[in-house]
Design a protein around this ligand. Structure first.
Ligand code: SF4
Length: 351
């Protein structure tokens, strides 16, 4: 298997059969090797600096019913909330004082968060924090809406495609949602000029090796600036309550594959990884991730934004826990970077 890892590192790609073998025959030794190679590539690209992003969960209201999601519309047990623009600006103020230079506004597809309201919120953040990056993760919107957000000062947009296979997409989402629309959004975002992020849940119900091969092919073609890879984790109030969680090993394998395929990509070590294992965040970094996203949301709302069971939001997952995070990263030889941490190409890096 090591020959495929070396080839991937050198050529940034493999043919479908080689990728298939890597996905299906990766033993402990190969996993250790690919994680190590991906870590070397990440160190070459970013040094031992880990970018931090302040995550603000702006609303847990959503018009959608994705089968895997704890805050889906059909879950009556969720206590819903929506932050006001003032509350969001408060989170930014606290985050800025602690050193955050990227704010990530994440939320469900909340009809009350109109395009106009988001545009105004983005403009207000942009005015107060001209030196910060603004990332949005607010789901599918019209191209016109994305253009408005971009003009108001947003720089980045996260929208996971979840799966590139139409049938599998239909297993994860109700009929009114469409993969074609999701992909259209991603292409719009790219064309508008957003640093665009996409990604998948590893081990989601019904996912096969063929699906993963399609996801790899799609990401290879799209060349997103950010790649979000986390394990599927079940939530007790969803149709997938009884489904098995994704594994650490397969998530780390895919994370390393994407790092080797696309060295300059910004890849977070996700909260889902930190939820799956106590040292999950560190394992993600040692497999090639270079971003962490501590939670800046008001502490009283954090528990209500439960996408999956037992989501980590305290300790080093929280903005208050930055000292703990710093210590954890130091223990594996890394440091927090308080730079904005925009995407830069390898060519820009070398000039
Ligand atoms: S995954 Fe996103 S779009 Fe789907 S139900 Fe959850 S918050 Fe809504």
């Amino acid at each position: 298997m090591k020959q495929w890892v070396d080839k991937l590192k050198k050529e940034r790609t493999l043919n479908r059969e080689e990728f298939r073998q890597l996905l299906t025959h990766c033993d402990t030794e190969t996993l250790r090797y690919i994680n190590e190679q991906a870590r070397k590539v990440s160190l070459r690209q970013f040094g031992n600096k880990i970018y931090i992003r302040g995550l603000i969960e702006v609303s847990n209201c959503c018009r959608n019913n994705c089968y895997y999601c704890g805050i889906r519309k059909g879950n009556p047990k969720v206590e819903r909330y929506r932050l006001s623009t003032r509350q969001i600006l408060d989170c930014c103020r606290q985050g800025y004082a602690t050193g955050f230079r990227t704010f990530v506004l994440q939320g469900g597809e909340d009809p009350a968060l109109t395009d106009e309201r988001i545009e105004k919120t983005v403009a207000a953040i942009r005015e107060s924090y001209p030196d910060c990056a603004i990332t949005l993760s607010l789901g599918e919107r019209s191209r016109e809406a994305y253009e408005r957000f971009f003009r108001a000062g947003a720089n980045r947009y996260l929208l996971r495609h979840e799966t590139y296979d139409e049938t599998h997409y239909g297993q994860l989402h109700p009929a009114e949602m469409s993969l074609a629309r999701r992909l259209r959004c991603l292409h719009d975002l790219k064309e508008i000029g957003f640093q665009t992020g996409t990604g998948i849940m590893v081990g989601s119900p019904g996912q096969t090796t063929e699906h993963l091969l399609q996801d790899i092919g799609f990401i290879e073609k799209l060349r997103p600036e950010m790649i979000g890879i986390g394990p599927f984790l079940s939530h007790h109030d969803t149709p997938f309550a009884e489904c098995t969680n994704g594994t650490m090993e397969q998530t780390l394998l895919l994370l390393s594959i994407f790092r080797l395929m696309h060295p300059p990509a910004l890849i977070p070590s996700t909260t889902a990884l930190a939820t799956l294992a106590a040292n999950g965040r560190e394992q993600g970094i040692l497999a090639g991730a270079n971003v962490v996203m501590p939670n800046l949301s008001p502490p009283e709302e954090r528990k209500k934004y439960e996408l999956y069971n037992d989501k980590a939001s305290l300790g080093a997952e929280s903005a208050e826990g930055l000292a703990m995070l710093r210590k954890q990263l130091q223990s594996i030889g890394y440091e927090i970077s308080t730079e904005r941490g925009d995407f830069i190409t390898e060519k820009q890096l070398n000039t």
